[in-house]
Write a protein that binds this ligand. Structure first.
Ligand SMILES: Cc1ncc(C[n+]2csc(CCOP(=O)(O)OP(=O)(O)O)c2C)c(N)n1
Length: 333
C-alpha cells in the first residue's frame, strides 16, 4: 500500500469517529430520530475490510450497525448519513427509515436490515444471481458475535459455502451482544470455528489493526473472485460504548475498557505511520482538518433539509416510488 492509500485508511477511520461524535451531540440535543449505535473502537474492522472491495467490478457491501466506516469507504457521503439520522425528506430513505438503513444499489451498498443473520441470506441471493450471470463481483457482509448464534446465520453460512458463493463474511467479535458477553452464549473461543463447521475458509485477525484487517480482507476478496468461495473473517475487537447511546455499559469492567483503550485503532495506526516514516505529523493534522471541514459543511447541509411532508407518508415505502394520495389527507375519497 502506498502512502496515499494508508492516509485514506486513516481518513476514513477519523471520518467515522468524528461523524459519530457529532451524531452523539445531536442525540443529546434530542435531534436524532431513533437510536444511535456507535462503532467506537471498531473503526479499523469496518474501514480495513471494505477497502478491499472494488466497485468497478460490481462488488456489493452490506454493513451492520457498527459499520459506518465501511459505508463511507463504499462512497456514502457524510451528509447522507446525517440526513438519514435526522430523518430528512432528501435522505436516501426519504425520512422513512433511520440510522444506517441506507441503500443505494448503484453504488453497491445494501443497508442494514434489523433481524440479525438475515443480511447474509440477502447477500447470498445477490451473489448467487451474480454467479449465474457469470459476473466477477464479490459481496461483503457483516455479522456480530451475537448474530452468529441465530438460526438465520447458520442457514445462510451453510448455503454460501455449499453454493461456493463469492462472499466475505466479516464476523465482528466485539465481546458483547447487547449486555451478553460471548462467554455466556457460546462454548467456543473463536467465531471462526463456526465457519469451519460449514467447510468455509476462515481467518482470525486483530480487528483493531487496520492494515491487518485489510490484508485479511484482500486475501478473502481475491479468493472469492477467483472462484474459491466464501471466507469468514473473525475480527477480534471491542465495543467501547454501550449497545446504543441509551446504554451506560455499567456491566463492563472499567479495567477491561482501560486495556482496550490502549489499543485504540486510530491512535495505534497514527503511531505506526509516523514510526515507519510513512507519514509525518503535518500529514496527520491535514487529515483531521479535512475531516472537520467536510463534517461542518455536511452537517449544515443536512440540518437545512426539510422533513418529509405528512401527506407523502404512503409513497415510496415499497418498490413503487410514486407518491399516492393518502386517504383522508387532502383527498375527497
Ligand atoms: C434475530 C434478532 N434477535 C434480536 C435482535 C435484537 N438485537 C439487535 S442488536 C442485538 C445485539 C447484537 O449483538 P452482536 O450481534 O454481537 O452485534 P453488536 O451489537 O455487538 O455489534 C440484539 C439482540 C435482532 N435485531 N434480531
Amino acid at each position: 500500500m502506498d502512502k496515499q492509500q494508508q492516509l485514506d485508511l486513516l481518513f476514513f477511520m477519523r471520518l467515522t469517529r468524528s461523524l459519530e461524535d457529532r451524531l452523539d451531540n445531536l442525540y443529546k440535543q434530542g435531534k436524532i430520530v431513533g437510536g444511535l449505535f456507535r462503532s467506537l473502537g471498531q473503526e479499523a474492522t469496518a474501514v480495513g475490510s471494505a477497502y478491499a472491495l472494488d466497485q468497478k467490478q460490481g462488488d456489493m457491501l452490506s454493513p451492520l450497525t457498527r459499520d459506518l466506516g465501511a459505508l463511507l469507504v463504499a462512497g456514502a457521503q457524510a451528509r447522507e448519513v446525517f440526513a438519514n439520522y435526522l430523518w430528512r425528506a432528501t435522505s436516501l430513505s426519504k425520512g422513512r427509515d433511520q440510522n444506517l438503513h441506507i441503500t443505494d444499489l448503484k453504488r453497491g451498498f445494501i443497508g442494514t436490515i434489523s433481524p440479525l443473520g438475515t443480511l447474509i441470506a440477502v447477500m447470498n441471493g445477490v451473489m448467487l444471481a451474480a454467479k449465474i450471470q457469470k459476473k466477477k463481483s464479490v459481496g461483503m457482509v457483516y455479522i456480530g458475535d451475537g448474530g452468529t448464534s441465530t438460526g438465520a446465520f447458520h442457514e445462510a453460512a451453510n448455503f454460501a459455502a455449499v453454493q461456493n458463493l463469492p462472499m466475505v463474511i466479516v464476523g465482528e467479535n466485539n465481546s458483547y451482544a447487547y449486555t451478553t458477553p460471548t462467554t455466556k452464549q457460546m462454548r467456543i473461543l473463536n467465531l471462526a470455528d463456526r465457519a469451519k463447521a460449514y467447510g468455509m475458509a476462515s481467518e482470525i485477525v486483530d480487528g483493531n489493526d487496520v492494515m491487518a484487517v485489510y490484508g485479511s480482507a484482500r486475501r478473502a476478496v481475491d479468493r472469492a473472485r477467483d472462484g474459491g468461495g466464501p471466507t469468514f473473517i473473525e475480527a477480534k475487537t471491542f465495543r467501547m460504548r454501550g449497545h446504543a447511546a441509551h446504554d451506560n455499559q455499567s456491566y463492563v469492567a472499567k479495567e477491561t475498557l482501560d486495556q482496550w483503550r490502549k489499543r485504540d485503532p486510530i491512535a495505534q495506526f497514527e503511531k505506526a505511520l509516523t514510526e515507519k516514516k510513512v507519514a509525518a505529523a503535518p500529514d496527520i493534522e491535514e487529515v483531521k482538518k479535512r475531516v472537520d471541514q467536510l463534517l461542518d459543511e455536511d452537517l449544515a447541509w443536512a440540518e437545512s433539509q426539510p422533513s418529509p411532508a405528512p401527506e407523502d407518508a404512503l409513497g415510496g415505502v415499497y418498490a413503487d416510488d410514486s407518491q399516492p394520495k393518502a386517504v383522508g389527507v387532502g383527498s375527497e375519497e
